[in-house]
Ligand binder design. Sequence first.
Ligand code: SAJ
Length: 405
Amino acid sequence: MVGLGYIGLPTAAIFADTGLQVIGVDVSSTAVSTINSGRAHITEPDLDLLVRRVVTKGGLCATLTPEPADAFILAVPTPFKADHEPDVSFIEAACESIAPFLQAGNLVVLESTSPVGTTEKVSEWLARARPDLTFPHDRGEASDIRVAHCPERVLPGQILREVVHNARVIGGVTGKCAQAAMTLYKIFVQGDCHLTTARTAELAKLTENAYRDVNIAFANELSVICDGQGVNVWDLIRVANLHPRVSILQPGPGVGGHCIAVDPWFIVAADPVNSRLIRTAREVNNAKPDWVVSKVRDAAAQVDSPVVACLGLAYKPDIDDLRESPSVEIVRKLAVSGDVEILPVEPHVEVLPRELAASGLKLHDLDQALDRANIVLLLVDHASFRSVDRSRLDGKIIIDTRGIW
Ligand code: SAJ
């Protein structure tokens, strides 16, 4: 397993738990030493226990450099560059790192979310590094090495359950490549495995996240329209969803995480002319944090000495993941303006991210923040915020971006 992050580590540990011998490879020496000491270097429910079990039994061993194996799975990040073009350099580097260890009969699976055509490129990059072996992009079914794409589809917070039970889309550079990957994944996957081409599997993964992004954008756009029309958007969505063919998602402060806010751009980058709706959805969701900031500024103008409790920094409820979080962006923008006092609250982390600490902000606990604030900005629907005693909010201006109060 090359890449021991949010997808690679749980997948490696689950493979190891079935009795397979798994070698986990990562460029981070901290990740490698943490895993080898029997702990997970990322937070995901029950992952720590699983990693401890498989490392103690000797089924999973982390290292900085690859070793020979029967199958190689690449689960490295695919961010985008400043212009929203996909950055596949981590995949190319992973290919270079495994190429010296490939042997005829090996399978290489790309799990990373990737722009269309990347799996074929993996085959080409590996072929360039190993002219002594044959690869499926030019030798088809007769090739020495099989190459396939099996995109991850798991929801952070529920990874260990979803990785086993979700259906998988498995795309091969050839039919035999897809078959070989299915044989591997069927060792632990209980969901259906659907075989297709590598290009279809790549676009399927991007489509799933773009679909969700477009639907969240619809809800976010409605929330802004409702604000101007004097309509409660949560009531509106509740009643509209009573229609048997309507199922609107929930508005929020914006869309965070490393997936939904990123993957749709890969479709836009591939075909900008024909992806107008997908691009607009990204723009609508990206604009929502600024709209929330403007709401807080309007509220602050109504009180003397505004003190704003900002509840939640994670990108979604009941997790500690602050990646691409719209809440962090909102709190940072409010802090930079300097005219309001900001009390950030995030019960799932112990330290503020650097970009907020640099603005002089300090993490507060919920009670302290509610005692002092005259404006309460709810950014994340953590369970601990849902259960706040409503009398604690009396007399304060409430800006509830998640509709829980
Ligand atoms: N959000 C809303 N309103 C909603 C639903 C979500 O504002 O009604 C926001 C969340 O607050 C969050 C963001 O969207 O900021 C994304 O959260 P999410 O729970 O929708 O998705 P992720 O990013 O945690 O995981 C997604 C999943 N994709 C889909 O549901 C199509 C997951 O299955 C993928 O595996 C994952 O992306 C990934 O790795 O690609």
